[in-house]
Every structure is written in structure tokens, then in C-alpha cells.
Design a protein around this ligand. Structure first.
Ligand code: SAH
Ligand code: SF4
Ligand code: F3S
Length: 450
């Protein structure tokens, strides 16, 4: 038995891809290792979204090189592969900069890993595979999916045609592509058979989903959600990440129609200033976003929102930044991610004049994060006294304690719940802690896993 260690950076889709790479290599004799020191093969599944994320890869490769050398000195072997978005964007540079790397494989071609490993073993040299192949990788991946715990990710859509001026994703993941409905349904059923009861549908633009349906028509995300909601073992559905432009009428309606669809939506806006939104090529205005939120809340009054924000986009003035703060105050978020603008090679915004000084970015980020944390605290406090269904995922620190997720993805700590692992049980929320909730088991009981 050979050992494989995968380190994952970046978004949930990379988490999904890492699991699929493990599924792909299992029949080739690779079991998972806990540390690179124990591994015959290490895969770094990388992220290119901000400069810091991409730089981490090169320092990690330096560390791996030393481990590889030690192994070689002892007569052993360790293959190093770089996968994911840095591999796609900087494949040739990685090969040139780090001789210890054996394989570079982009996110659309990792189904070829077994072949690439064989190529390296044959001694025909290092392998670089960053074309966008004509064949669909999902057709070549194993249909058996592994799953850890009761909540799983399922990629339904990949790629992006939106070309926001700050973003590398359209270049690293390629054009928008939707998997066929039957393939997704099959994977969801397999997950349910393994005891998974919560599925998060993934896509860079998940609500642009338009996969081929069994009736030969193009299905929307809403139609797909209705279909998946019929799978008995699946008790909770989520989807991420959505673009405000693709929030169609049927998807908004689905939030009021599908009980299994959790009342929590990640809907990135990036900025509250129309001028900046235009420069970002977001193709929506702040007011349109606000109206969208109102419409979704009208069909699902308990909906909570999360978002992504960028501060310090080129040309952002104090007034633009104030518009972002006003939008946040008007919408009210349960949670959010905020970042300083990071110029990315090959994207239009990177070469724009009026780049914002680092200290201004820092100050804006701090102000925005203070407001967002205040809103998160207020949201968590508003949960006190309410009863939520909690899906228990792991043991807590204290004996008998278990930690689960609320419908809003908040971690919930409950004592005397260790026997409820992988199940959904009603919990009365007693206290809001800084990043989680504390609760007690409530009367109502629902059973999840078989
Ligand atoms: N639609 C995508 C967005 C991926 S990137 C999705 O599926 O999640 C996630 C977030 O990173 C973006 O919403 C944006 O807020 C942030 N981001 C992207 N490019 C960035 C950059 N150049 N600098 C700073 N933040 C960036
Ligand atoms: Fe990037 Fe914009 Fe596409 Fe999201 S929609 S992946 S931010 S280009
Ligand atoms: Fe990063 Fe690629 Fe995801 S750049 S955020 S890993 S799509």
C-alpha cells in the first residue's frame, strides 16, 4: 500500500477536488497519510486568488523538497505534484522554479493523474498538464465518492464567464460548465447511501447552472434543487457561490418552496459603490442587490446572508468605501468575508492606475471587519432562546459534548449529545459565544443517518 498526502488551499471546490483525487488514486493503491513525511506522494491543491495564497505554495514546496531529499538519501521516493489554480496559472514557472516538483496538473485535468504518475515512474520526465481538455473530467472520475461525516460537497458547475476585472478564476478554471442532472443525482444518492444528509452544491457561479436534464432540456439550479430534495436521506441542501446577476425568479421562489433548502445564502457583492461595481465589471448595482435581498427575504423571512467584500480596489475613494459601509448597514449580514484588493497577474485591474496604498487598504479593512463582526455578534445573540435543528458532526472538547451545525452554519456546542453523531436533533440555543453557539438538547427529535 502506498501513501498519499494532500494539502488543500483555497475554496470549497478545491476541498471537493482533493477528495476526488484521493478517490481516483485509491484503486491505484494509494491510501491517505496524515503527514508528508509518511507519504510516497504529496499533492498540493493550490489557490491563486490572492498573492498571499499563491506565495504559500512556493514556501511549502521548499519544505517538501527537503523531505523528498531525506527520503531519497534513505533510498526511498516521494513524488510531488502541484494541482489546482496556481498549477493552472503558473505551471511552467513552477517547473522552472522548483526542480523537486514531478507533476503539475490543472483543475480540469486531474483525472489524468494516474497516467502522469506512470509517466514519471517510466522516467520520461516531469509532467505538465494544464490544457483544458475537450473531454469532461467528471466522465473519467470514479463514480464511487468517499465522504467524511454527514455533510458533503458536490460540484455541479465549474468555471466562470463573468470576468470580474480583479479575478483570476475565469483563467484558472476556464469557461462555465454544468454537469448533467442525472450524474449529479446519482452522486447525491451515493452520498445519501453513505449516510450523508447535508449536501452543498458547489460552483464558481453555481446559480448559472444550466445542466442537461433527463428530458433533454436545460435545467436551472432551482429545478435541480427540487429534484435533489426528493432524495429521502438528504435532509439539508445548500448551494454556493452565487452571483447576484444569476439569481433567477425560480431560484428565489425555490427558497420559499423547498423546506430542505437552508435559510442561509452566500451572495457576494464585493462593493457598495456603483462606480466601483462598474469598474469591477460586476454588472449589477448596489440597489439591484438590495432589492434582490428583499425579494428573497419576502419568500423566506428567516433567511440570513453572507457575502464577500473587497476593499481598496483601484480608484476606490473614501466616499466609495462609505457606500460599502452603508450597504452593509442596510443589508445586515450574519457572516462575511472581506479582503484587501490584491493585484493579480493578467487581470485588467492589476494594471489600472490609482492603485490604493497599503495603509489605506488596511484602515478600510479594519473598519469594515469591525462592522461585520458587530453584525455577526448581533445575529448570534438574536439566536438565543430559539430552537434549531442541529446536524452533529464531531465530538466536542469536553466529555459527552458534540459539535454540530445550525441551519446558518454556526457551530453549536451541546453537552450530552455525543450519541447523536451524524444525526439531526433539535437544540435550544442558550448562549452566543464569539464564533459559535452553546445549546441544550430540546424535546423534538429527528433522526438523520440510517
Ligand atoms: N464566484 C466565486 C468567487 C471566488 S473568489 C466563488 O465561487 O466563490 C472568492 C472571493 O475572493 C471573491 O468573492 C472576492 O471577494 C475575493 N477575491 C477575488 N479576487 C480577489 C483579488 N484579486 N483581491 C482580493 N480579493 C479577491
Ligand atoms: Fe471571479 Fe467574478 Fe467569476 Fe466570481 S463571478 S469567479 S469573482 S470573475
Ligand atoms: Fe482559489 Fe481557484 Fe478556488 S483560485 S478560490 S482555488 S477557484
Amino acid at each position: 500500500m502506498k501513501k498519499l498526502f494532500i494539502k488543500t488551499y483555497g475554496c470549497q471546490m478545491n476541498v471537493y477536488d482533493s477528495a476526488r483525487m484521493a478517490d481516483l488514486l485509491a484503486p491505484h493503491g494509494y491510501g491517505l497519510a496524515d503527514a508528508p513525511e509518511d507519504a510516497d506522494m504529496v499533492i498540493l491543491n493550490t489557490c491563486h486568488i490572492r498573492e498571499k495564497a499563491a506565495e504559500k505554495v512556493y514556501s511549502e514546496l521548499g519544505r517538501l523538497k527537503r523531505i523528498k531529499q531525506r527520503k531519497a538519501d534513505e533510498g526511498g521516493e516521494m513524488l510531488i505534484a502541484v494541482a489546482g489554480c496556481v498549477a493552472q496559472a503558473e505551471g511552467k514557472e513552477i517547473i522552472a522554479r522548483q526542480p523537486a516538483v514531478d507533476i503539475v496538473v490543472g483543475p480540469q485535468s486531474y483525472q489524468r493523474l494516474p497516467e502522469l504518475i506512470a509517466q514519471v515512474h517510466r522516467g520520461t520526465g516531469r509532467a505538465l498538464e494544464t490544457e483544458f481538455p475537450a473531454e469532461d473530467k467528471f466522465d473519467s472520475l470514479p463514480t464511487e465518492v468517499s465522504s467524511e461525516g454527514p455533510a458533503a460537497f458536490l460540484t455541479v458547475q465549474e468555471g466562470c464567464d463573468k470576468f470580474c476585472t480583479f479575478c483570476v478564476v475565469p483563467y484558472t478554471r476556464g469557461a462555465e460548465f454544468s454537469r448533467p442532472v442525472s450524474q449529479i443525482e446519482d452522486e447525491a444518492r451515493r452520498l445519501a447511501d453513505r449516510g450523508v444528509c447535508e449536501i452543498t452544491l458547489l460552483g464558481q457561479n453555481v446559480n448559472a447552472y444550466c445542466g442537461a436534464g433527463p428530458d433533454g432540456e436545460e435545467w436551472s439550479l432551482a429545478r435541480l434543487l427540487h429534484r435533489l430534495a426528493r432524495i429521502e436521506g438528504i435532509r439539508r441542501l445548500r448551494y454556493t457561490t452565487s452571483h447576484p446577476r444569476d439569481m433567477s425568479d425560480d431560484l428565489i421562489a425555490a427558497h420559499g418552496e423547498i423546506e430542505k433548502l437552508m435559510p442561509y445564502l452566500h451572495l457576494p457583492i464585493q462593493s457598495g459603490s456603483d462606480r466601483i461595481l462598474h469598474a469591477m465589471n460586476r454588472q449589477h448595482k448596489a440597489d439591484m442587490y438590495k432589492k434582490l435581498v428583499d425579494r428573497i427575504r419576502a419568500v423566506r423571512s428567516d433567511l440570513a446572508l453572507s457575502s464577500d467584500f473587497i476593499v481598496g480596489f483601484p480608484g476606490e475613494t473614501d466616499a466609495d468605501f462609505e457606500s460599502t459601509m452603508t450597504l452593509v448597514r442596510n443589508v445586515g449580514y450574519a457572516q462575511a468575508f472581506s479582503f484587501k484588493y490584491s493585484p493579480r497577474p493578467g487581470t485588467p485591474a492589476a494594471t489600472q492606475a490609482k492603485q490604493i496604498p497599503e495603509d489605506v487598504k488596511d484602515a478600510r479593512l479594519q473598519a469594515l471587519q469591525a462592522l461585520l463582526s458587530e453584525q455577526q455578534r448581533a445575529f448570534n445573540t438574536s439566536c438565543e432562546g430559539k430552537t434549531f435543528d442541529v446536524l452533529f458532526e464531531k465530538p466536542g472538547r469536553k466529555h459527552g459534548q458534540a459539535v454540530g451545525r445550525s441551519p446558518y452554519l454556526q457551530p453549536v456546542h451541546v453537552e450530552g449529545a455525543a450519541h447523536l453523531m451524524n444525526r439531526i436533533h433539535a437544540v435550544r440555543i442558550e448562549a452566543a459565544l464569539s464564533n459559535s453557539l452553546k445549546g441544550a438538547l430540546a424535546e423534538r427529535m429527528s433522526v438523520c443517518a440510517p
